[in-house]
Design a protein around this ligand. Structure first.
Ligand code: DGL
Length: 273
């Protein structure tokens, strides 16, 4: 019998693994291909037009080769641009990952929310639209972090993490105004949940770190059930593989799909002092 078509989970690097894990957890019987466009990493630094063209080309080419049942763009920086062209080019469902501003607005008590993202995501009309539609009453601080995605890759793959750089990157998220403090930080880049435990340790006060990955997995399940590409009775142990556009070996990353936690073990201070 022919293998069922896989779901293609796409990111610029290894951050999308935070989404792929949740998909795996929810639907362990779903074959999955994780694709990292590490040749284009980091996406946060690209101009919008060039990134739209590049990403659309890469995903359309991968979809032609892999014949997936659906594509998940596990990248906020790309999703805030490429969902319309991809949906026009592909005849399968395309699920995006965009800043979780709506749930953050529902969750905040102080009315101060920060959106921690790449420098690209915080300049997108898509992000401004989400704020206008879902958080008009909330004071949103947009924080475009230049180094965090690279820091997450380095920490996960090589165990190096400089806490001083991490602290400096997240510092603008913590706002105090009229006796109120930021209480929700949206992790609007799929790399950032990899660093969330460390961020929580060095944060000036406790906040909710909002990771949209479980919601993306549920959205994918609904879409697959609706399209008939999944029945919900697939069982477990479906194959998963990973590829990188540079051809680099991603087997270590693939192992994280079923690892107990994504804790960045051994990521000790590469001392900045
Ligand atoms: N993981 C990506 C995101 O969710 C971006 C990382 C990068 O390539 O800069 O935005």
């Amino acid at each position: 019998m022919a293998e069922p078509a896989p779901v293609l989970v796409f990111d610029s690097g290894i951050g999308g693994i935070t989404v792929a894990r949740e998909i795996r957890r929810l639907m362990p019987g779903l074959p999955l291909v994780y694709a990292a466009d590490d040749a284009g990493f980091p996406y946060g630094a690209w101009q919008a037009e060039a990134l739209t063209r590049h990403c659309t080309d890469v995903v359309v080419r991968l979809a032609g080769e892999l014949r997936p049942s659906a594509v998940v763009i596990a990248c906020n920086t790309a999703s805030t641009l490429v969902l319309p062209p991809l949906r026009a080019a592909l005849d399968i469902p395309v699920v995006g990952t965009v800043p979780a501003i709506k749930p953050a607005a529902e969750r905040t008590r102080s009315g101060l929310v920060s959106v921690l993202a790449t420098p690209g995501t915080v300049t997108r009309d898509y992000t401004f639209d989400l704020i206008r539609r879902f958080a008009p009453e909330v004071a949103i601080t947009l924080v475009g972090a230049c180094q965090l995605a690279g820091l997450a890759e380095e920490a996960l793959l090589h165990g190096h993490l400089d806490p001083a750089v991490l602290a400096a990157e997240i510092a603008p998220c913590f706002v105090e105004k009229n006796g109120r403090r930021t209480d929700v930080v949206v992790l609007a880049c799929t790399h950032f949940p990899l660093l969330a435990p460390r961020m929580a340790q060095i944060a000036p006060w406790p906040v909710d770190w909002l990771d949209p990955a479980p919601a993306i997995a549920r959205r994918l399940r609904d879409v697959l059930l609706a399209s008939g590409a999944a029945t919900g009775e697939e069982g477990a142990g479906a194959p998963a593989r990973a590829l990188a556009t540079t051809g680099r070996d991603l087997s270590a990353v693939l192992e994280l799909l079923s690892a107990e936690t994504l804790a960045i073990s051994g990521a000790e201070a590469a001392s900045s002092v």
